[in-house]
Design a protein. Structure first.
Length: 291
C-alpha cells in the first residue's frame, strides 16, 4: 500500500512517545463493523503504532531507518511527540488496544506545526510557499500512513478517511496535504502513473506547489497524448487513488527518498474540493464524531 514516508533523524529522547501527545476523551472518529478509528490515548498506543509502521516500512518495504530505530524495531522521529496519531483498531482481536492496532495515520495541524518548527513535508516540498498564499486558511498534514497487509481493504481505507474527515471538521481545517509514495527510487519506472498525475490533476495557480529545487524530479515523463488514463489509474498505489476520488491535486515534481526506497509526490486536498458525493458519504457519519 502506498505510504507517506520521509526519513528524519531523531535523538533517543525525541523517540520516546510523549504522554503530552495523548488526546482527551471523546476521540473516537468512526466505526465500521469490528473496526474503529480514533486517536491514540497513551504513550503505549503511540509506541504500538510505531511498531506497525516499522513492520510496513522496514520489514515489508525495506526502508533503512537510523540505527536506534532499527535496534528498537520502531519507526519514530521527533514529530511523533506533538502530532496526533490516528489509529484503526480491530476490536475482534483479543488483548489490549495496543494489540488491536492494524493501521495508522499521523496528523499535524498548522498551529501545532508552527509552534514546533514547521511541517514535516517541508523537508522535501515547498510547503511554506503554499501556506503563504493562503493566510486565511488552516492546513493539516497527513503523514506516515500505513495499514497491515491483511487489512488493506476498501473498508479500512474508508474508515481512515472517515477519521481524517471527522478530525478536520472538529478542528476547522481548510485543506489537507501530505506525501504519498511509489515504491522504488527510479521515477522512470512509474512514468505512466506520474505523467498521468502531472497532466490530469496538477495543482495549479494558488494551489501550485513543487519539490524543493535541489530535490525535484520530473513527473512529466510522457506526452499527454501518450498516456492511457485507464492503465495509468491501474498503476497508481491505492492511497493515491483514494486521494484522487476525494478531489485531490498533486504537486508538480517528485522527490526520491533513498532511505525509504520510495518516490514521493505531494497530495493537496482543499476541503472545498471534496466532491459532493464523498462529502455527503463521509460528512453525514463523521459529523456525529466531530462535535
Amino acid at each position: 500500500m502506498s505510504v507517506d514516508i520521509l526519513n528524519c533523524d531523531a535523538t533517543a529522547e525525541a523517540a520516546r512517545p510523549s504522554a503530552a501527545a495523548a488526546p482527551k476523551e471523546g476521540d473516537v472518529l468512526g466505526r465500521i463493523g469490528n473496526l474503529e478509528t480514533r486517536l491514540a490515548r497513551s504513550a503505549r498506543e503511540i509506541d504500538a503504532a510505531q511498531a506497525v509502521r516499522y513492520r510496513v516500512f522496514v520489514e515489508e518495504m525495506k526502508a533503512q531507518l537510523p540505527a536506534d530505530a532499527m535496534r528498537r524495531e520502531r519507526d519514530f522521529d521527533a514529530y511523533d511527540a506533538f502530532c496526533d496519531h490516528l489509529l484503526v483498531l480491530d476490536r475482534s482481536i483479543e488483548g489490549d488496544a495496543e494489540d488491536q492496532i492494524v493501521g495508522t495515520y499521523r496528523l499535524l495541524r498548522q498551529d501545532v506545526a508552527m509552534a514546533n518548527g514547521g511541517f514535516y513535508s517541508a523537508s522535501e516540498f515547498a510547503i511554506d510557499e503554499l501556506i503563504a498564499r493562503h493566510p486565511d486558511k488552516r492546513f493539516m498534514e497527513l503523514g506516515r500512513s500505513c495499514v497491515l497487509p491483511q487489512y488493506r481493504t476498501k473498508r479500512t481505507v474508508e474508515l481512515l478517511w472517515q477519521g481524517n474527515w471527522a478530525y478536520a471538521l472538529k478542528h476547522g481545517m481548510s485543506a489537507m496535504f501530505g506525501c504519498a509514495s511509489f515504491p522504488g527510487v527510479h521515477p522512470e519506472s512509474h512514468a505512466l502513473a506520474l505523467s498521468f498525475l502531472y497532466h490530469s490533476v496538477l495543482a495549479k495557480n494558488e494551489w501550485a506547489v513543487g519539490a524543493l529545487p535541489h530535490l525535484a524530479r520530473d513527473m512529466d515523463l510522457m506526452p499527454a497524448e501518450g498516456v492511457n488514463p485507464k492503465k495509468a489509474l491501474m498503476a497508481l498505489p491505492p492511497l493515491i487513488k483514494g486521494y484522487l476520488r476525494l478531489g485531490a491535486m498533486v504537486g508538480s515534481s517528485a522527490v526520491v527518498d533513498q532511505a525509504f526506497n520510495t518516490t514521493d509526490v505531494l497530495i493537496v486536498l482543499p476541503i472545498s474540493s471534496i466532491s459532493d458525493r464523498y462529502l455527503n458519504y463521509y460528512g453525514a457519519d463523521a459529523g456525529r464524531f466531530a462535535s
